[in-house]
Design a protein around this ligand. Structure first.
Ligand code: SF4
Length: 747
């Protein structure tokens, strides 16, 4: 007789981090429902989360899972099944040989914000501690590195200071570059709820595209793509001119404003309106609402004066922002310019007030915490800091962590295309579809001598380039932790045993590392027993305990957060040893983790997009998410009902542009950039402004084929996107490519 069980876990899709209860019969996942006790969602799930059980069973029955280790003797040739021992021995031998012959910087690791924190931790230690290179980066580089840079530059640490409850406390919500309705649906429902309970709430939405999120705005600012810094500087200009800044807060708790003055003085309303393509009246209204001083109608203000923020005479403003700011060649400046507004008005560290970046992936935050990126180290330490490198080396028991910066995502694949990276390990991500400028990425994957792909799904575009395919467990089978956008750490739990021969990501990394240890010269004296390993892990909890010890004394100290505590309830960091509860909101004392304790204004100069529209490429292309699909559709693409909302890839254009190009809806067009070309149907959409185009990011090989400028076969919208990146964060500019659109000549 089958016994039905229920297992508490976390949704594997977006950074909202909703709690789920998985129902299973011991062999299969049979159902899923929202966890009513989880503080991220209180029982609610969106279309993706509520169908997790259906995708979980269809990916197995549909044979889309990778279930055995497979080897290819030649690139793109047939695969043959091998044992785990053979696979891990082969991988260790090939990596050891490459490191011995060409040095540690000849290998690279590209991992994922879908991995659990424990997986991330082992990979990071393996690469920086054992191999001795910093060539490890994550697909989180594509979604949050500009937010990291913005927080660190302005506030001194990488930490969203707000929490989800702040949505209910805010009187103005400033949503920038985020289609929250699609990308973070459960948070969007909280915003809708807040509107019902707080009639004074005003919502400002800034987005070139009039999305479903923009539909609920009181003030909608359809800025031209890439002009956010000019908008924020212009708002600050008006706040200064009108006397809406909080001089007392600025004097006591900030520094660096003088360096910003000239830039802000020059951002006059006339100039801002012209560059951003908005009206001066809307600009003024946005600045006034953001400042929280409603000079037109004080009645609501007085009526809602309930908490400490309002008692100071200023209504609280919460900013929610995402890829529209970060996926940009000036992503860090955009993040910092927005934080400047919060510092100028004292809108931080109070209920309902603060800059709050929303993370795209379920565990991009956890990856930041363990330092699983090319420029970071464990416990929010910086690779560029020699003290931090020594601390991490001591924690790991290795002589040193190399000082040479590692290659970030775009740089890693560029180096591979140039022949510098000879062995590449890719875990839980699909760069052949998701990286910008696919032509370069696919050239890199062809050129690398040995490619390992550690993956749960057999059909990703990247799998076709693997010499060795290692089957990984996935949601429902894995144990560990993830951190959501509000710094809340939740347990991920297994409801069923791994399918096929799939193994956990931490386990694969650990057993590969142990083999590599035996082949490389020792990095520390071997004890007489000869049994010492840097990777003694037997379960995720043993990794977690080492990770939390690495945070002792750091800004994100989680030494008090044991698995036993997380079994009771998810917790927000920091949570030090001896404490019973994490911190919901940071900087309530207005003391910032900078040398002088003050937050820093960053001098943010507006720079246009890297590839402006031109006579040859007259459209601005932006990319983004659909409501019911996730990333490259490995999981959501297996379920028919999730295609009900959008059944095929289209390029959305304004009706005026269709008329100008003499196109009818549904006709096929070529969309072409300097990088490549794709062919797909055109759709008339009033959401998209004139001279702009939108294509969803999800569609891959089966749906949307393309070709590079040199005739190479490509797929998906990243055949078109540019790999130009922000100089500070190295995050690429997915949100703008210049393209031309021509009717397809069909026989
Ligand atoms: Fe999952 Fe995000 Fe939907 Fe929550 S909002 S159920 S985390 S996809």
């Amino acid at each position: 007789m089958l016994i039905m069980t229920e297992t508490r876990s976390t949704c594997p899709y977006c950074g909202v981090g909703c709690g789920v209860i998985i129902q299973s019969d011991g062999k299969q996942i049979t159902g899923v429902r929202g966890d009513p006790d989880h503080p991220a969602n209180f029982g609610r799930l969106c279309s993706k989360g509520s169908t997790l059980h259906l995708t979980a069973s269809s990916v197995v029955t549909g044979q889309t899972r990778l279930l055995q280790p497979l080897q290819r003797l030649q690139r793109h040739g047939p695969t043959q099944q091998i044992s785990w021992d053979h696979a891990l021995d082969l991988a260790a031998q090939r990596f050891a040989r490459t490191i011995t012959q060409h040095g540690p910087d000849a290998v690279g690791f590209y991992i994922s914000g879908q991995l659990l924190t424990e997986d991330y931790y082992v990979f990071n230690k393996l690469v920086k501690g054992l191999i001795g290179t910093n060539n490890i980066d994550s697909n989180s580089r594509l979604c949050m590195s500009s937010a990291v840079a913005g927080y660190k530059q302005a506030l001194g640490m990488d930490a969203p200071p707000s929490c989800y409850d702040d949505i209910g406390h805010a009187d103005t919500i400033f949503i920038v570059g985020s289609n929250t309705a699609y990308a973070h649906p459960i948070l969007f429902r909280r915003i809708e709820d807040a509107r019902k309970t707080n009639p004074a709430l005003k919502i400002i939405v800034v987005d070139p595209r009039k999305t479903d999120t923009a539909d609920i705005a009181d003030v909608y600012l359809p800025i031209l793509p890439g002009t956010d810094v000019m908008l924020f500087n212009g708002m600050l200009h008006l706040m200064l001119w009108e006397g809406w800044v909080d001089q007392a807060f600025m004097a006591a708790h900030t520094s660096g404003f003088d360096a910003l003055k000239t830039t802000v003085r020059d951002a006059t309303p006339e100039l801002v309106a012209q560059i951003c393509g908005i009206s001066q009246a809307d600009l003024l209204q946005a600045a006034r609402l953001f400042a929280g001083l409603d000079t037109r109608d004080d009645s609501n203000f007085i009526a809602s004066s309930a908490d400490t923020t309002r008692a100071t005479g200023r209504k609280p403003t919460l900013s929610l922002y995402c890829q529209g700011l970060s996926q940009s060649s000036s992503g860090s400046a955009k993040n910092a310019a927005l934080i400047n507004l919060h510092l100028a008005t004292g809108q931080i560290g109070k209920p309902g007030a603060g800059p709050f970046s929303l993370t795209g992936q379920p565990n991009a935050m956890g990856g930041r915490e363990v330092g699983g990126m090319a420029n970071l180290l464990s416990g929010h330490r910086d690779l560029g800091n020699p003290v931090h490198r020594r601390e991490v080396a001591a924690l790991w028991g290795v002589p040193e962590v190399p000082s040479q910066p590692g290659k970030t995502a775009v740089e890693l694949f560029q180096a591979a295309a140039d022949g510098e990276i000879k062995a590449l390990w890719i875990a839980c991500t699909n760069p052949a579809q998701s990286m910008p400028d696919q032509a370069t990425v696919r050239r890199a994957l062809e050129r690398v001598e040995f490619v390992v792909v550690q993956e749960a799904f057999a059909s990703t575009a990247t799998c076709a380039y693997a010499d060795l395919l290692l089957p990984a467990t996935t949601w429902g089978e894995k144990e560990g932790t993830v951190t959501n956008s509000e710094r809340r750490i939740s347990r991920v739990r297994a409801a069923i045993r791994p399918n096929g021969e799939a193994r956990h990501d931490w386990h694969i990394a650990t057993h590969f590392a142990q083999r590599l240890e035996a082949l490389l010269p020792p990095r520390m004296p071997i004890p007489e027993t000869g049994s010492r390993t840097l990777f003694p892990y037997t379960n995720p909890e043993s990794i977690w305990n080492e990770h939390r010890e690495s945070t002792r004394g750091r800004d994100l100290d989680i030494t008090g957060m044991s698995y036993a505590m997380l079994e009771q309830a998810p917790q927000q960091w920091p949570l030090k040893a001896g404490e019973q509860q994490g911190q919901a909101r940071l900087y309530e004392d207005a003391v910032f983790p900078t040398p002088d304790g003050k937050a820093r204004f960053v001098s943010t100069v507006y720079r246009p997009v890297a590839e402006p529209r031109s006579a040859r490429y007259p459209f601005s292309l932006t990319t983004g998410r659909l409501r019911d699909q996730w990333h490259g559709m490995s999981r959501t693409g297996t379920l028919g009902r999730l295609f009900g909302h959008a059944s095929e890839p289209v390029v959305a254009l304004h009706p005026q542009d269709l008329a100008k190009l003499a196109l009818q809806p549904g006709e096929l067009v070529h969309v072409t950039s300097k990088q490549g070309s794709i062919m797909l149907p055109v759709q008339a959409s009033a959401e998209v402004a004139v001279n702009q185009a939108f294509i969803a990011m999800h569609w891959g090989e089966e749906f949307l084929s393309g070709i590079s400028a040199t005739g190479q076969r490509l797929a998906g919208v990243n055949a078109l996107t540019t790999s130009v990146f922000c100089p500070d964060s190295k995050q690429p500019e997915f949100k703008h490519s210049a393209v031309k659109i021509l009717k397809a000549d069909l026989p």
